[in-house]
Design a protein around this ligand. Structure first.
Ligand SMILES: [Mg+2]
Length: 226
């Protein structure tokens, strides 16, 4: 059975900056920084990597205690910011997941740079959580390739060695494509996250879509030969 690993931000949905604002508030309110330095682009990054980098950028050593405080503070503030920003599910996504969910030849899971708790919150907010069997999030790995390796371990543990031979990553960044190759997975790219068709094409995905509006075509692609 094939495992489809969906990225979340930029692939399935956008929180319209809710995550960034929750991190900014956490830096202000938990660490007393009036005008904190922020990482410019969150694309393709893990939350653990982002939080450690932002602590360092603001002159704070990213000790385990500070990282835990950042994580807890961020997860507390995120739901309110998501409510405020609204966010949106991209065109065709709900239909795509609905079409794939009953297929006996695949299972749906998520590999995301989000913390597992905020990933769950986002998917629940947009009524997508029930399609996704399990989530591996970016709470333990600063690098996406390490996240992918840990996800492959999860596949092996949950579904056995054979399952590791048929994995497809679906993502919106070059980092998604690179980490898929790192674990020997196929990869389908989508241009809804800000990186361009040209940028993503150059990284050599097996297939690339401008968006998921042709949800049946995308479903056929994800279940077909890649
Ligand atoms: Mg993404």
């Amino acid at each position: 059975m094939r495992t489809l690993l969906f990225d979340i931000d930029g692939t399935l949905l956008t929180a319209h900056g809710g995550g960034r604002r929750a991190m900014l508030r956490t830096l202000r309110e938990e660490f007393g920084l009036e005008d904190p330095e922020m990482v410019g682009s969150f694309h393709g990054r893990t939350d653990m990597g982002l939080m450690a980098q932002m602590l360092e950028m603001n002159g704070l050593e990213p000790t385990e205690q500070r990282r835990r405080r950042f994580r807890v503070g961020y997860a507390e503030r995120f739901p309110g910011e998501l409510q405020r920003s609204g966010g949106e599910v991209f065109v065709g996504v709900a239909e795509l997941l609905k079409a794939l969910a009953p297929a006996r030849s695949c299972r749906l899971a998520s590999m995301t740079g989000n913390l597992p708790e905020t990933a769950t919150r986002k998917l629940e907010h947009f009524h997508l959580r029930h399609y996704i069997q399990w989530i591996v999030g970016g709470d333990l790995d600063a690098q996406r390739n390490d996240l992918a390796s840990r996800t492959l371990d999860t596949i092996r543990r949950r579904h056995g060695d054979d399952a590791c031979r048929d994995v497809v990553v679906i993502g919106d960044t070059v980092a998604d494509i690179v980490c898929a190759r790192h674990i020997g997975a196929s990869v389908v790219a989508v241009c809804t996250g800000g990186e361009t068709y040209e940028e993503l094409s150059a990284a050599g995905p097996d297939a690339i879509w401008h968006d998921f509006s042709d949800h049946q075509g995308v479903a056929d692609c994800l279940l077909g030969d890649l």
